[in-house]
Ligand binder design. Structure first.
Ligand code: PLP
Length: 498
């Protein structure tokens, strides 16, 4: 700890009060996690009671190690109940009727620490099953380009080739034939989303899963964001375990399950698949290691919080919150439709959507979605800027993403007015030219890592969209690494003698 009065010798260690006061001071500088002004990252149920319940559940589990449910039996009970609830919600039906086919149809799974871990494990499981089935060499993972980046991470960690299928730049969605045409013997896994994060497109689950089943290929539905919201929306095509060929589904409890961060589920069709998810070894002199997930020792707090919230809300509580959230989403979509110069990408499914500038409007009437996002930020609303992406010969446009939550309904008039005002303020201002953004950095993109974080994000994101991926990835890594590891003002070597 630093220059804040918190350091000192052993007699003058800071009091618990002083430490906590410093923590509150730091938290006060954060984006607000409650109240609906941040339209990404946080999922505010608007029910203070749920936050208190979750906090108490975390406190009750604080000293427990989730590593070993044989020592801490509570962990096994909580996990079992969460999995039961989610299995039912995701269309798997009761497990009893699976007894007669050796559990091949039975849906089973694990609670993980988040969507990324669920996605990583879905890929690892499919890769291991592909090898068990005789696959050799480098397996392929097929998915629309809109699949969550967690699958790029998984392919990188677990040694799969990523085969990303382009989507229609106007709608953000993908024809089933475009995905199915890529299936082959070297494909370990096809991933589709319900819905995709960037544009909220519901991928063609039925068609792709059926083709995957016929070819004997694993098919994962990433419902990390939709898993606890889509079950309550009417008239959707089936996308869950009711669909033949869907072999696993991920769903995040810490999104529309309103749990504190650190809770997600990964469910598989069949006990054999769950077995392939586990890592077990007795080949060391220590305790036998048998881990369903990536971590060893782990907190049981988020699991307990998610369990408590699911019990408190139940299906009907979740349904009410989802319906409220969808009503707000429809209202916001209508607001965007009325804004001259902006448009919604595709036909979003669920409580999220992305907006782009409207190519049908005259040049002088277009609203650049990133200037709009920066203006909303200046007005006190945080929305998420998504860079443009080169996809073969085409470019997916840069967009701005909004995630709607139950609390949004309380601030709809203010938010709608801010959306309109922000658009009025930037209408006709052309998108940031990446070359101009580059010139502002003195021609050296590496200069982005030197200054303070910018007030306006549009130039930085324009640069990211235009630079070669290796360059932007390198720069952003440096930028983020420096937040926790600031470079010293002097150019001293970190280790003497270097
Ligand atoms: C959020 C999300 C993920 C990743 O989840 P984390 O909890 O952030 O690790 C994966 N897929 C989709 C569709 C998501 O929305």
């Amino acid at each position: 700890m630093d220059s804040t009065g918190l350091s000192g010798d052993s007699e003058s260690r800071p009091s618990a009060d002083a430490i906590l006061a410093r923590l509150s001071e730091l938290r006060a500088g954060d984006a607000p996690t409650h109240g609906g002004h941040v339209l990404s990252y946080v999922y505010d149920s608007g029910l203070a009671e749920l936050d208190e319940l979750a906090g108490a559940a975390i406190a009750a589990m604080q000293p427990v190690n989730g590593l070993d449910p044989t020592t801490f039996g509570s962990v096994a009970v909580l996990e079992r109940e969460v999995i039961d609830f989610m299995r039912d919600l995701l269309g798997a039906g009761p497990t009893a009727d699976a007894a007669d086919d050796q559990g091949d149809r039975e849906v089973v799974g694990s609670v993980t620490t988040g969507g990324t871990e669920s996605c990583l494990l879905a890929v690892k499981t499919a890769r291991d099953l592909w090898r068990l089935g005789g696959g050799s060499g480098t397996p392929r993972l097929v998915a629309p380009v809109t699949v969550h980046a967690a699958f790029q991470k998984a392919a990188h960690y677990f040694g799969l080739d990523l085969d990303l299928v382009p989507v229609d730049p106007a709608t953000g969605s993908c024809e089933p034939s475009a995905i199915i045409g890529r299936l082959g013997a070297d494909v370990a896994l096809v991933v589709i989303s319900a819905p995709s994060y960037p544009f909220a497109a519901l991928d063609p689950v039925e068609q792709v899963a059926a083709a995957a089943a016929d070819a004997g290929i694993s098919c994962h539905v990433d419902a990390c964001i939709g898993g606890l919201a889509l079950p309550f929306l009417p008239d959707l095509p089936p996308w869950d375990f009711r669909v033949r060929g869907v072999t696993s589904i991920s769903a995040d409890l810490h999104k529309y399950g309103y749990a504190p961060k650190g809770a997600s589920v990964l469910l598989h069709r069949g006990r054999g698949r769950l077995g392939a998810q586990y890592f077990a070894t007795t080949r060391w002199p220590g305790y036998p290691v048998v881990n369903p997930t990536m971590l060893g020792s782990r907190s049981a707090g988020p699991l307990a919080a998610a369990w408590a919230i699911l019990h408190r809300l139940g299906r009907d509580g979740l349904a009410r919150l989802a319906e409220d959230t969808m009503a707000s989403t429809r209202e916001l979509l209508a607001v965007v439709e009325r804004i001259d110069g902006l448009r919604v990408i595709g036909s979003p499914v669920g409580p999220l959507f992305a907006v782009a500038s409207d190519p049908r409007a005259d040049q002088g009437r277009q609203v650049d979605p990133h200037h709009w996002a920066d203006e909303l930020r200046a007005l006190g609303w945080l929305v998420q800027l998504q860079p443009s992406l080169r996809q073969g010969e085409e470019i997916l446009p840069h967009t701005t993403h909004l995630t709607v939550t139950p609390v949004t309904s309380r601030i709809l008039p203010e938010l709608s007015a801010a959306m309109v005002l922000a658009a009025d303020r930037v209408r006709g201002i052309p998108a940031v030219d990446p070359l101009a953004a580059m010139a502002a950095l003195g021609g050296d993109p590496a200069a982005v890592v030197d200054g303070p974080l910018p007030e306006r994000m549009a130039p930085l994101i324009a640069l990211i969209g235009a630079l070669p991926a290796e360059t932007s990835e390198g720069l952003l890594t440096e930028l983020l690494a420096r937040l926790a590891n600031p470079t010293r003002p002097s150019a001293d070597p970190v280790l003497p003698g270097q």
